[in-house]
Design a protein around this ligand. Structure first.
Ligand SMILES: CC(C)(COP(=O)(O)OP(=O)(O)OC[C@H]1O[C@@H](n2cnc3c(N)ncnc32)[C@H](O)[C@@H]1OP(=O)(O)O)[C@@H](O)C(=O)NCCC(=O)NCCS
Length: 166
């Protein structure tokens, strides 16, 4: 399938059911997220409402349908970390390799710059080299790997980190 014509905008309450469906697919089937419990619609609404403008959530639409979402989240809560953010990108399984993830991450990078952030961190379980490859394409560089920090589906999981200085 060719590259999709993708429109990216800030997420609203009405987008949360679609965001949740995409996320829960990966919660249930994949080690790309370390969450193990499926989310309720209320969980996702609360998550959206608890964010600040410096930590936006965006959705990607193709032909008016949400096909992916992405978010900038605080890297850590202590004050000195305030201008460091972590990026998350999720594309629905039947929409992969059409440029959606790239468009979402590129959009997050622009929003992080506009918000005055200094660096974006991307982490990915090493079972998913595609996430790391996407980050690399957009200029992130490897910074290290934590061994066996996650346990899901009966196995220990390593997490590799990438970083982009803005
Ligand atoms: C990682 C993810 C967001 C990539 O989204 P995508 O829309 O398929 O990625 P794109 O089509 O924009 O890919 C852009 C580039 O990234 C790289 N890339 C993306 N997925 C890849 C894969 N599975 N294997 C190797 N390289 C990959 C390629 O260089 C690709 O360019 P190309 O298709 O021209 O070769 C998607 O696989 C996903 O949602 N995975 C589950 C959630 C996840 O792991 N999120 C990241 C952690 S927060």
């Amino acid at each position: 399938m060719g590259l999709a014509h993708v429109h990216i905008r800030l997420a609203t309450d009405n987008d949360m059911p679609a965001v949740r469906v995409i996320y829960n697919h990966y919660v249930a089937t994949s080690t790309c997220t370390f969450q193990v419990e499926l989310e309720t619609e209320n969980d996702r609404l609360e998550w959206l409402h608890n964010r600040t403008p410096a930590h936006p959530v965006v959705v990607a639409l193709v032909d008016g349908e949400i096909i992916g979402w992405a978010a900038l989240s605080p890297w850590k809560s202590r004050g000195a970390y305030a201008r460091s953010v972590e990026a998350s990108v999720y594309v629905q399984p039947d929409g992969l390799r059409r440029g959606i993830g790239r468009a979402l991450l590129a959009d997050l990078i622009e929003r992080a710059r506009a918000a005055g952030h200094h660096t974006i961190i991307g982490g990915a379980c090493t079972e998913h080299p595609g996430s790391l490859a996407l980050q690399r394409v957009l200029g992130f560089e490897p910074v290290g790997c934590f061994r066996e920090v996650g346990y899901k589906f009966g196995r220990w999981l390593d997490v590799a980190y990438m970083q982009l200085l803005l």
